[in-house]
Design a protein around this ligand. Structure first.
Ligand SMILES: C[S@@+](CC[C@H](N)C(=O)[O-])C[C@H]1O[C@@H](n2cnc3c(N)ncnc32)[C@H](O)[C@@H]1O
Length: 221
């Protein structure tokens, strides 16, 4: 068995990946972390019909929360979901968490598992990119408004935090676009900065260091 089940402090379920020996989310709350470090940090509700890249989709919380936040403001988005592990996607339909966004995200994953790659549901567009995000991202240039960058830690998956990949992520971002990640490690900061992003501290949740936000331009501290 590759996964262990775990309920986080806000009641939302997550998994531990036993091969990487890492939880998919902070123990403080899978849903809460996705809201604070991604949707809130990037202020996604300020824009309608944005293009959101969910890089390292995992159990889909970052997309699920973004749908909930946008729905409150009657706004929509197009989600491009990058993930290389089909096994983790197959766990999603069995998770029990009861928000509109979580259920819509589950429905989208179920359609993907039935063979549909891109489609619209309730006004939200979904496109699934299954495979190594480091290759798949190269297809895209200048289209993402917001990037949720959520790999496992730099210690466990150093290849996901290399400057070369971050440069391709940078190129996929619109000039007024932004990226967020939970890591405040030296590796994350150096690679983001060397790729071209201007950095700002993100929100603090559950530990001392903040998360990280990167701007392509228009940086206001
Ligand atoms: C921390 S988890 C993501 C958690 C996720 N955002 C969520 O809300 O559940 C990291 C994810 O990155 C995926 N991953 C690892 N290497 C990858 C790669 N080269 N390309 C795409 N996804 C990758 C893993 O399979 C895992 O699902």
């Amino acid at each position: 068995m590759k996964f262990n089940f775990f309920i986080t402090n806000d009641g939302s379920p997550t998994l531990r990946n036993l091969e990487v020996d890492e939880l998919y989310h902070s123990k403080f709350g899978a849903y809460l972390e996705a809201k604070v470090k991604y949707s809130d940090a990037l202020e996604i509700t300020k824009k309608n019909d944005s293009v959101i890249f969910d890089v390292c989709f995992g159990l889909g919380y970052n997309t699920a929360v973004a749908i909930d936040e946008l729905k409150k403001e009657n706004k929509f988005a197009k989600f491009y979901c990058f993930e290389n592990d089909l096994d983790v996607l197959k766990q999603i339909p069995d998770l029990k968490y009861d928000t509109f966004g979580f259920k819509l995200m589950q429905q989208a994953v179920s359609l993907f598992l039935l063979g549909k790659n891109d489609f619209e549901l309730e006004g939200f567009y979904f496109k699934f990119e299954l495979g190594d995000a480091r290759n798949l991202i190269k297809k895209y240039f200048d289209i993402a408004d917001f990037i949720f960058f959520d790999p496992f830690s730099p210690k466990n998956t150093p290849e996901m935090w290399e400057e070369e990949f971050l440069k391709d992520v940078y190129n996929s971002t619109k000039k007024e676009g932004k990226i967020a990640t939970y890591s405040y490690s030296r590796k994350a900061k150096d690679s983001f900065k060397n790729a071209g992003f201007l950095l700002k501290d993100g929100p603090v949740l559950g530990r001392r260091s903040p998360s990280l936000i990167g701007f392509k331009q228009n940086f206001i501290k």
